[in-house]
Ligand binder design. Sequence first.
Ligand code: DO4
Ligand code: MG
Length: 276
Amino acid sequence: MMKLYRTASGCLLERNNSFYAFNHSPWNDLITRDDLESYLIEVAGKITPLAQKPDEPLRAPIGNQEVWAAGVTYYRSRDARMEESKAAGGGDFYDRVYNARRPELFFKANAHRVVGPNEKVAIRDDASWSVPEPELTLLLSPKGNILGYTIGNDMSSRDIEGENPLYLPQAKVYDRSCALGPGILVSSQPLPSSTEIQLEIQRGGNRVFCGSTSLAELKRDPAELVQYLYRNNVFPDGCFLLTGTGIVPPDSFTLQHGDEIRITIAGIGTLINTVG
Ligand code: DO4
Ligand code: MG
């Protein structure tokens, strides 16, 4: 188990409960290496571990990558979206894409729209119904190999998407609409299907929502999503791919400024952001 973090001063590697600080500039060149896993094992073998985990703020683990997302990959997402777009006559499309061979894939963000751990995510000023979407996120190399996993928050404006599915880019892509982190679990191995994803939202110190799902509920194989994404599409710096949400708060829930969003994925960590 090896995790790679980006800090203000460089790179931090966690391996077998030891921490190793090192520099690799630019970060982008590190996380595009197809041999990332073996390279990091080599790095750890050459330097002395730190006496303790450094208390340094973490940055979003992104370089020049685009961020893409898959949609309607869990039954819960299909269901919620069919309901929210019923009046607009869009419901049927979500059912069709859930069952279709070709997945839904959409552009989510580039680096300047992404925030890291403990930074502020945004809700749109012109939206009245906003939710976080906690998603297992793949780090892909330029060749389309899965190098590792992180946590992604696909912040979404449900009223805008629900009014008309053609408004999807506005519901999904805006400043600080995506959070990534806290680090990258570096592994090319598939995660166990029992891997749990949890979402907790706190308001004024009280828990106002919590929910969980597991990768067993993910309808698509991550490798299949990657295969579709890389068809006729070159990613010179690789890509982050969010794999869809399986947790949707009840329709009565909307995020407010000051809410704290905590997303935990077993084996990867917890990504915490506040709405602001
Ligand atoms: O179909 C619209 C977006 C779906 C999505 O973001 C998800 O299922 O996570
Ligand atoms: Mg999503």
